[in-house]
Design a protein around this ligand. Structure first.
Ligand SMILES: Nc1ncnc2c1ncn2[C@@H]1O[C@H](COP(=O)(O)OP(=O)(O)OP(=O)(O)O)[C@@H](O)[C@H]1O
Ligand SMILES: O=C(O)c1ccc[n+]([C@@H]2O[C@H](COP(=O)([O-])O)[C@@H](O)[C@H]2O)c1
Length: 203
């Protein structure tokens, strides 16, 4: 009897990753294991429209840092779909592009609790929910955030507790700007990349 092929299950970890840190990596790893995902694709944003009030590092730097940080995990990969698409980054476009690239796969979009709390402000959110399952990971400092549970399609969302790592890209950038270390908050290669490219020194 021929073996039944399982539908490919792909996690999609979207983020600005300026810089990528261990909070992102642990969340993605936990979701991969919990949902038995075949892979997790990290998707750095092109133009994160809800962060247009701040300076964001060049997309190629954020892309390369994401490649460096994920290289050691055979289940992690990085996609350029958002940084190669002109204009503001909307998850509806991310998921449409990935659905075209992986037509037979089931997609799981991974977010932190803070991003999930804001999700009703996203472009075409009703349509977005149809294209993937959503996973909302716990994140330290966001416990008081109220999810608009009665307005969210909870049959499309799983809330997952992940090990608490109180790390943010904002804190990493601020540390670099003040000359404080980021060792062990971000992967070693990211500490070195930030220094080599002199990122975050004058913010
Ligand atoms: N420590 C963490 N634990 C769990 N999820 C996280 C953590 N940090 C970020 N995330 C989630 O990862 C995704 C991408 O986050 P992003 O790249 O904006 O990092 P950030 O640390 O929130 O950045 P910034 O401080 O610049 O806003 C978001 O869904 C966010 O909620
Ligand atoms: O689709 C939208 O309108 C939308 C608005 C804000 C954020 N997102 C996505 O949410 C993910 C995390 O974004 P951020 O800004 O917290 O790094 C990333 O993949 C973004 O493209 C998407």
């Amino acid at each position: 009897m021929a073996a039944v092929e399982r539908i490919r299950r792909i996690g999609v970890m979207g983020g600005t990753f300026d810089p990528i840190h261990h909070g992102h990596l642990v969340a993605a790893s936990e979701v991969q294991a919990y949902f038995d995902l075949d892979e997790v694709i990290f998707v750095p944003t092109g133009q994160p429209w809800q962060k247009s009030d701040r300076k964001v590092s060049p997309a190629e730097d954020r892309y390369l840092m994401t490649v460096i940080a994920t290289a050691s995990n055979p289940r992690f990969s990085v996609s350029r779909v958002d940084i190669d698409r002109p204009g503001p980054t909307y998850t509806i476009d991310t998921l449409r592009d990935l659905s075209r690239l992986y037509p037979d796969a089931e997609l799981f979009f991974i977010t932190g609790a803070d991003a999930l709390a804001q999700i009703l402000t996203w472009r075409d959110v009703d349509e977005t929910f149809k294209l993937a399952q959503f996973v909302g990971c716990t994140r330290p400092g966001t416990e008081a955030l109220e999810l608009p549970l009665d307005q969210l399609p909870m049959d499309r969302i799983t809330l997952l507790e992940v090990p608490a790592l109180a790390i943010s890209s904002t804190e990493c950038r601020a540390r670099v700007a003040k000359g404080n270390p980021t060792w062990y908050l971000v992967p070693d290669g990211i500490v070195q990349y930030i220094a080599k490219r002199e990122l975050y020194t004058n913010r």
